[in-house]
Design a protein around this ligand. Structure first.
Ligand SMILES: [Zn+2]
Length: 259
């Protein structure tokens, strides 16, 4: 049987993909892949809901909608309205989170990010949706705020914490995802070995491009995902079928449904 593989974090609504989205979707469908499409603000959220609402597409592209910390000043009542209007077509809330690198003027900007993040967590709790979290340089704050909410399941996408953070995340039953950087970052390799195998997910974070062995090729390339999966399998001593089955069941536990 062909394995079902899931890219747990990709920005299919990014304008970079506009001209060739139909061919990406055809490839995802043709290879029996699944993708969690994440968005960053109100307009990309509406775009994703429009692009992937049709059942034939929604069968393999899952709609996460969110407000990225870069857009923390977005109109939140509008976002809430989008969630309420589309609650049955929304598979998760993301990309959401905190990131002090976007603070350029004063500290109140970080306070705004926190307020926005907390409202998004409230929505995820209220509507029982999984979340996809951006935690660059904010892992301590994120891990501190999460226990205040009853979230169905959480993913620290592009896990970028240290061993202590990883241990905390595992104790909190949080999923972590690894992307193409795993193949050339010694730090990530160490973390992978310390991750509970039932909490590992994979992602491309497309359209991000990767250096080293990936030579800055577009990361919608399915081969990126396959390389990551193969690498994780080799590290854990699992053949391709076994690692694929493990990742499929992890994705189902994260999403709360059969994929
Ligand atoms: Zn992202």
């Amino acid at each position: 049987m062909k394995p079902v593989l899931c890219d747990s974090h990709i920005h299919l609504t990014d304008p970079v993909y506009d001209n060739f989205l139909p061919s990406i979707l055809a490839t995802i469908r043709g290879l029996d892949l699944k993708a969690c499409s994440v968005t960053v603000n109100n307009s990309t959220s509406l775009k994703g809901l429009r692009l992937f609402e049709e059942k034939s597409v929604h069968d393999f592209v899952y709609n996460f909608i969110g407000i990225h910390p870069q857009y923390a000043t977005e109109n939140l009542s509008k976002f809430e309205e989008i969630v309420i209007d589309n609650v049955n077509n929304i598979d998760g809330i993301g990309e959401i989170g905190l990131d002090p690198s976007y603070i350029h003027e004063n500290e109140t900007q970080y306070a705004t990010q926190k307020k926005t993040f907390q409202l998004l967590l409230e929505l995820a709790e209220k509507y029982n949706k999984p979340i996809s979290i951006h935690s660059r340089k904010s892992m301590d704050d994120i891990l501190q705020v999460l226990p205040s909410y009853k979230i169905q399941s959480s993913l620290l996408h592009w896990f970028n914490g240290n061993k202590k953070h990883l241990k905390q995340a595992m104790d909190m039953n949080i999923f972590v995802s690894y992307g193409p950087v795993l193949l050339y970052s010694p730090d990530k390799k160490v973390l992978l070995k310390e991750t509970n195998i039932d909490k590992i997910l994979v992602e491309t974070d497309g359209p991000v491009k990767y250096s080293n062995c990936f030579n800055y090729l577009p990361s919608s390339s399915i081969s990126h995902l396959l390389s990551v999966i193969k690498y994780i399998g080799d590290t854990l001593n699992l053949d391709f079928e076994d690692i694929s089955n493990l990742l499929k069941s992890n994705s189902e536990n994260f999403l709360g449904k059969i994929i």
